[in-house]
Design a protein. Structure first.
Length: 81
């Protein structure tokens, strides 16, 4: 395919042509995630999502219950956050 010599390999001219045509033999580095993306990725972990759901559920239950006027009834939901 490259018409190479098994003993000598590619000629300098052929190697230069292939390098010009195909570029260097390197993998592209993926871009580094931004700080915002790292923060969002941390928030989407299973345990974190579970804690957020538990906090929202606690606030909803306390907000619709008989003690909804008592500010201390919301402490569990706020503490989970």
């Amino acid at each position: 395919h490259f018409r190479t010599d098994l003993q000598n390999g590619l000629t300098s001219r052929a190697a230069a042509e292939i390098l010009e045509r195909d570029g260097p033999n390197e993998l592209e580095k993926p871009p580094k995630p931004t700080l915002l993306m790292l923060f969002i990725m941390q928030l989407t972990g299973f345990v974190i999502v579970l804690l957020i759901v538990a906090a929202v559920a606690s606030l909803l239950v306390n907000g619709t219950g008989p003690n909804r006027e008592d500010a201390l009834s919301y402490t569990t939901g706020v503490a989970i956050f």
